[in-house]
Design a protein around this ligand. Sequence first.
Ligand code: FAD
Length: 399
Amino acid sequence: MSTGLDAQVVVIGAGPAGSATAVHLARAGVDVVLLEKDAFPRDKVCGDGLTPRGVHQLLRMGVDITAPGWRRNRGVHVHCDGREIEVDWPDTGRYPDFGLTRSRHDFDELLARHAETTGARLRTRTKATAPLTDAAGRVVGVSATSADGEPVEYRAAIVVASDGVSARSALATGWPRDTRTPIATAARRYYRTDAFHDDDRLHLWADVSRAGDDAALPGYGWLFPLADGRINLGLGGVPHHRHGATDLRATFQQWVTRLPRQWKLEESAAESPLRSAALPMGLNRRPQYRDGLLVVGDSAGMVSPWSGEGIAQAMEAGEIAAGAVTLALTRPPGARREQALRHYPTEVDRRWRTHYRLGNLVAEQVFARYGYRPLLNPAVMGSKMTTRLLARLFAHLRS
Ligand SMILES: Cc1cc2nc3c(=O)[nH]c(=O)nc-3n(C[C@H](O)[C@H](O)[C@H](O)COP(=O)(O)OP(=O)(O)OC[C@H]3O[C@@H](n4cnc5c(N)ncnc54)[C@H](O)[C@@H]3O)c2cc1C
């Protein structure tokens, strides 16, 4: 067996969380290896939407968002029971006043290559198979299967697990998720239509009905226009014991047929199958550091329980994690290094804890039971001030 390459830090998974972590580490001069099991480009089931908080993270990484392939949006267009409102992203001075869309097929490769250009050593088609631990149970590296199918080991001072919703690395160290936090499921499909070519908003529906019983979907539907003339159409929700699991496929089919005919979302316009995946919400692994292993992004359940947004959170947490790791590496192994690493969960808590706590409660008590409809009643939708406040709350955009 090859002993592989040693590095100061090994990052498992080159989604937004892993690539962002690697960018910030490499920029700080840290020797980092970024392992990705797939080859790029690859698909990832997602809505492909970024709020201003996500755009802010791209800017902080030096990603060129003026290059072709990005599509800007200035806010959301909300549909509910025949009422429609348009809400602009707030102009806070702290975040950009626009969002972006880009298919994850492109986005993830772009970010991973950016990490590589910044100095990270990207190893695609390299699948982490198990964490390496020392006698005390501390994670000291990872064993993997290399692109040519050979077993390989990467030993490192610190390991970052950003392997997505499967969270295999954390689970392999005996680190379960907090089952009290919500997990949503969502499905999306691409269509080609020219109906949205000059539309600069993300569309959201709070009035989707479930197939079968016509109860309210415990979530929402979306339509996000992309730069390449396609749209990403999807829906999702939080399961609840009150109404059981939603048949997402049947609900999607029923919903599409009810959308305006002039949008031409017929079968012949579809450019992909309908695909679904889970969204781990509400900070389901806390604190996000233990025994040499940091968890970032979906592997730490960082999807917002308010909105289902997880890309911005994954990238932001990657930046926080990289900061803590960079400081830790200036210290010798031992108590002071541990203190620096523990700053990662402390900072995540400081920024997000209140927002997620409240979000978990609202997701459980409102969204999972009744969907988003109660929040978008005529009184709310008739008030510009209230809808602006809601947009700020859902996208976590404090001034
Ligand atoms: C249907 C749907 C719609 C969504 N829409 C949106 C949206 O519009 N906006 C938004 O912000 N969020 C959205 N999300 C959430 C968002 O997709 C995730 O929160 C985000 O991708 C999390 O990033 P991540 O890097 O943590 O995980 P991932 O993006 O899942 O990346 C994990 C990476 O790790 C790799 N990996 C896994 N195991 C291994 C291994 N053993 N070895 C090496 N590599 C490994 C994977 O191949 C992958 O590249 C949506 C999710 C779903 C399911």
